[in-house]
Design a binder for this molecule. Structure first.
Ligand code: SAH
Ligand code: SF4
Length: 415
């Protein structure tokens, strides 16, 4: 979501005559689009921000802007630690970036802005094949560890007509895949609900459609049926579990038990054979005992995800978990995290090996990061595949016979 916000700010600035500078030393405006989800992201930002002080000494016209969730949640700290910052704006006010950096608007913008859902913002996309599309903003869930509802405000959905026109426009420009973005896409509600939105988009005949993130509590049978029915919806769902223990899930305010979650996974797998399921895991939430943690291990082994993102719990000021007792020592959090990652490595590898000898539809995205002689793309289940470059146009769909599985990718040849 943060990456797509950057694409929007680039689009708005581009429309106002700004061009991207090659390096910070050449820039007249530097914008940090910050993430506050964990402390580590915040620390990285503060150390980078410190370095811009020197640049400002060399270029007196340099404008430094701080956008995103850290700007929203840590206005005072940013001002105190970095008085050289000229402009600050929260994620709900990205539409004002151009006016702000050109000095035509105030130098701070943090209001809750429901209008964001109705604004048609310019976008400069980094890919010409795959596109992010915002369908809703904000979050009403208040999971006890999470800062997002405080920085991105309340949930507002974009009208379906505006989303569908964006898809049509992208299709016209040759895009082959879209990913619908929202903190909890299942609770999309405007003139229609989420499943209806999927139907409307499917009618545009875009080849591939994905969405993130689905909240397990709100993943309905109707959505599962819709995924099964619509040809464009890819066989992949990201369904963040966070923890395997019911006690911890309750303390996290997630609104489901492990049993309920598992039933939804069963339904998904029954309805959409070979669907890839990925998740997010947090280790060391306050009060997480060894036994609680073993429930997370049990869940990983039981569900066998295709991939996970796992994080150590990071206390965020202002959230209810921040004041919870029985915090887990950092060392223990790390140990649990490592265990989770190790277990998942084996599972991912095992699942990848099962794909050896199968044929997969791959959307070619470009040359491989690790070997430029190879092309790289993704399956409908979102797995990375590399293959020899046989002059296939980037952006096309290729049938690939998978010959080798690696831990984080597959390789094969065109068939
Ligand atoms: N709305 C989505 C994504 C939220 S942020 C969802 O509910 O799934 C992405 C992930 O960051 C979360 O799923 C969670 O695993 C992680 N996360 C959020 N806050 C965190 C915190 N304080 N400490 C550690 N991980 C956190
Ligand atoms: Fe955060 Fe929970 Fe909202 Fe996701 S659903 S953004 S984890 S509060």
């Amino acid at each position: 979501m943060n990456v797509h916000d950057s694409e929007k700010m680039l689009g708005i600035l581009g429309n106002n005559g700004y061009v991207a500078a090659g390096k910070p030393e050449d820039a007249d405006v530097i914008i940090f689009n910050t993430c506050a989800i964990r402390e580590k992201a915040e620390q990285k930002f503060f150390s980078q921000l410190g370095r811009t002080k020197q640049l400002k000494k060399k270029n007196h016209n340099l404008t430094i802007a701080v956008a995103g969730c850290v700007a929203q949640s840590e206005q005072e700290t940013v001002r105190k630690r970095a008085p050289h910052v000229d402009v600050m704006l929260g994620p709900q006010n990205i539409g004002r970036i151009s006016d702000m950096v050109s000095g035509q608007a105030s130098n701070g913008s943090f209001d809750e802005n429901h209008e964001l859902a109705y604004e048609e913002l310019f976008v400069t996309r980094s890919s010409r094949i795959k596109a992010w599309i915002s369908i809703m903003y904000g979050c009403n869930n208040f999971c006890s560890y999470c800062i997002v509802p405080y920085t991105r405000g309340r949930e507002v959905s974009r009208p379906s007509s505006s989303i569908v026109s964006e898809v049509l426009r992208l299709r016209g420009q040759g895009y082959r895949e879209i990913t619908l973005l929202g903190q909890n896409v299942n609770s999309y509600k405007s003139d229609c609900d989420f499943t209806e939105l999927l139907r409307l988009i499917d009618k545009t005949e875009i080849e591939r459609m994905r969405f993130v993130t689905s909240h397990p509590r709100d993943l309905s049978l109707e959505l599962i049926r819709t995924m099964q029915e619509l040809p464009s919806v890819c066989e992949h769902v990201h369904l963040p579990l966070q923890a395997g223990s019911d006690n911890i899930l309750r303390m996290m305010n997630r609104g489901y038990t492990y049993g309920e979650y598992q039933k939804k996974v069963d339904m998904l797998r029954e309805a959409v054979p070979d669907i890839a399921i990925t998740t997010d895991i947090i280790t060391g939430f306050p009060g997480e005992t060894r036994q609680d943690f073993e429930q997370t291990v049990y869940a990983l082994n039981g569900i066998e995800y295709d991939g996970i993102f796992a994080f150590k719990y990071s206390p965020r000021k202002g959230t209810t978990a921040f004041d919870m007792e029985n915090t887990v020592p950092d060392e223990e959090k790390s140990e649990r995290l490592n265990r989770v990652l190790q277990i998942q490595e084996e599972i991912t590898y095992k699942k990848n090996r099962k794909l050896e000898g199968t044929t997969q539809e791959v959307l070619i995205e470009g040359s491989s990061d690790t070997d430029t002689a190879l092309l790289s793309g993704r399956t409908r289940t979102n797995k990375i595949v590399t293959l020899p470059d046989s002059g296939d146009e980037i952006g096309s769909f290729v049938s690939v016979l998978i010959s080798k599985a690696r831990r984080h990718s597959l390789s094969g040849e065109k068939c």
